[in-house]
Design a protein around this ligand. Structure first.
Ligand SMILES: Cc1ncc(COP(=O)(O)O)c(C=O)c1O
Length: 390
């Protein structure tokens, strides 16, 4: 239809001019931290498979056996016939690991936030979010039709001001933060935020997609100085350190029971493939029992930041802020020519003028490759560091 095609083509042309068009590249991830692109062997510094568990032989074997036993698909929504026994095993394991009564597994992390937030708050309620929280927290808040406001990144004073002024006008209130910020690699001050949330009777949801399996000996961002912080809603994904796919929410029994019977993105969608659940069960065991494995991604990130005298990493995500979108594209292309995949991140994912290389470190990177990458990145570093949070 011409008007439709013209609309889309106009948008694409505009993005092309502003160097903001996104394209897909076939990537064959054939081994931990390795990928083949356009026939060339590359080292990937852009995967969120932080522990390389997607290629772990035990994880693969579990997935293969589950596919053989249960088939490749779950056949229906979990509330119909899609609830394989693997679900309860996985949910109990996650809950035990996170120290909560129970857990619920969704189709993805994105679906978890789309489902859980509107279950708990509605149009008379208030949602306050860190401005840099993930797109799916924004989407969940929007779906809830609550009054929505943000505070400057990690600014506890502003959060308290908002709670003080706005909280009394609403029956219920949720605070949304990431444990580890996906494009910045820094962490939320969970201790301070959880104390504020408690003080103002706000329900804190921490999205720990990038913390599980990596920070606090793998237990995630809600563990601070060896203790579980009082965070009633601990959400995460099975797609990053766990190495597979799916999302989860850990909480008390009444919360999980309520969400199981109410969340639309849980009810009206097909259950995950059994192989994915079996893989996650084995991955969680590996994370819980191998402290050396979970320590490696941040150690590798530190090797890189030390080499380039960048700030000490708080996670295994290191942003190298370059400024203009064009510069980040040039840097990404130059690194690719040297055999490294480091995807440039541009607006609208990050703020204008803060385009960057988002470098992620995994357990299986070789130290020599990390140092070679640092040397390849060095020529692109701006003379004066650019503040990504301004
Ligand atoms: C902070 C954060 N939350 C949620 C998600 C969504 O998780 P999933 O990929 O499982 O949908 C992502 C990344 O994709 C993320 O970075």
């Amino acid at each position: 239809m011409k008007s439709l095609d013209d609309y889309c083509q106009g948008k694409l042309d505009d993005m092309e001019t502003r160097k903001l068009r996104r394209t897909l590249i076939d990537t064959y991830r054939y081994a931990p931290a390795k990928a083949r692109r356009n026939g060339k062997e590359m080292i990937s510094f852009s995967c969120n498979d932080y522990l390389s568990l997607s290629h772990h032989p035990d994880v693969i074997q579990a997935a293969q056996e589950a596919a053989t036993r249960y088939g490749v698909g779950s056949g229906a929504s979990r509330l119909v016939t899609g609830n394989t026994p693997l679900y309860s095993e996985l949910e109990q394991k996650i809950a035990n690991f996170k120290g909560t009564d129970d857990a619920i597994v969704f189709g993805s992390g994105y679906l978890t936030n789309l489902g859980a937030i509107p279950c708990l708050v509605g149009k008379d309620d208030l949602v306050i979010a860190d401005e840099l929280c993930h797109a799916c927290l924004y989407a969940g808040a929007q779906l809830s039709r609550s009054t929505f406001t943000t505070f400057h990144h990690n600014d506890l004073d502003e959060l308290e001001d908002l709670l003080k002024i706005k909280r009394p006008n609403h029956r219920k209130c949720m605070v949304l933060v990431d444990g580890v910020y996906s494009m910045d690699g820094d962490r939320a001050p969970i201790k301070g935020i959880s104390l504020l949330a408690k003080k103002y009777d706000a329900w804190l949801l921490v999205d720990d997609a990038h913390g599980l399996g990596v920070v606090a000996e793998g237990k995630g961002s809600t563990y601070v100085e060896g203790y579980q912080m009082p965070v009633p809603l601990q959400m995460g994904t099975l797609s990053k350190a766990i190495g597979g796919y799916g999302g989860y929410l850990c909480a008390s029994q009444p919360v999980i029971d309520f969400i199981r019977t109410r969340a639309r993105s849980f009810i009206y969608t097909t259950g995950l493939p059994p192989a994915t659940l079996a893989a996650a069960i084995v991955s969680l065991d590996l994370i819980a029992n191998d402290k050396e494995l979970v320590a490696r991604p941040i150690r590798h990130a530190k090797l890189f930041t030390d080499a380039l005298r960048l700030p000490e990493p708080e996670s295994c995500i290191v942003p190298v802020i370059l400024g203009a979108a064009e510069t980040s594209l040039e840097a990404g292309e130059a690194l690719e020519k040297k055999g490294f995949i480091v995807t440039p991140i541009r607006p609208p994912t990050v703020a204008e003028g803060t385009s960057r290389l988002r470098v992620t470190f995994t357990a299986e990177h070789e130290e020599a490759d990390i140092l070679r990458l640092a040397e390849a990145v060095r020529p692109f570093l701006p003379e004066k560091p650019i503040n990504q949070f301004s």
